[in-house]
Design a protein around this ligand. Sequence first.
Ligand SMILES: Cc1cc2nc3c(=O)[nH]c(=O)nc-3n(C[C@H](O)[C@H](O)[C@H](O)COP(=O)(O)OP(=O)(O)OC[C@H]3O[C@@H](n4cnc5c(N)ncnc54)[C@H](O)[C@@H]3O)c2cc1C
Length: 88
Amino acid sequence: MQTTYDYILIGGGLAGQSLAFHLLQGPLRDKRIALIDLEPKTSNDRTWCFWEQTPGPFDDIVCQRWDQLDFLAHLFPGPSTLRPTPTK
Ligand SMILES: Cc1cc2nc3c(=O)[nH]c(=O)nc-3n(C[C@H](O)[C@H](O)[C@H](O)COP(=O)(O)OP(=O)(O)OC[C@H]3O[C@@H](n4cnc5c(N)ncnc54)[C@H](O)[C@@H]3O)c2cc1C
């Protein structure tokens, strides 16, 4: 039996998963979408950081937040605040 899809996304990395996520939030949510990856993706092999001023859709899976960073350099030493845009 042949399965048909409205959209086929090749690659389930950041770009593919982001596109799938946003497709499922919008008017295309009822379309048949296939997400195909070369790898079985059984391990968490990379991380993604982002900056955000307001609560976002991925807050539940954020595992670390930083409000401050330190520069270890002669010309610009010391801490620097990341507020109001903390890194997640
Ligand atoms: C070890 C590591 C740590 C990182 N840490 C950070 C970090 O802390 N913060 C940050 O912002 N960014 C980080 N990055 C960068 C971030 O992961 C990349 O910028 C992001 O993943 C790029 O997204 P992408 O969708 O373009 O590619 P990818 O996420 O690499 O996704 C591409 C997908 O396509 C699949 N694929 C490839 N060829 C085929 C094919 N022929 N058929 C089907 N599927 C295929 C691959 O298996 C993969 O799943 C890190 C990257 C690595 C490697």
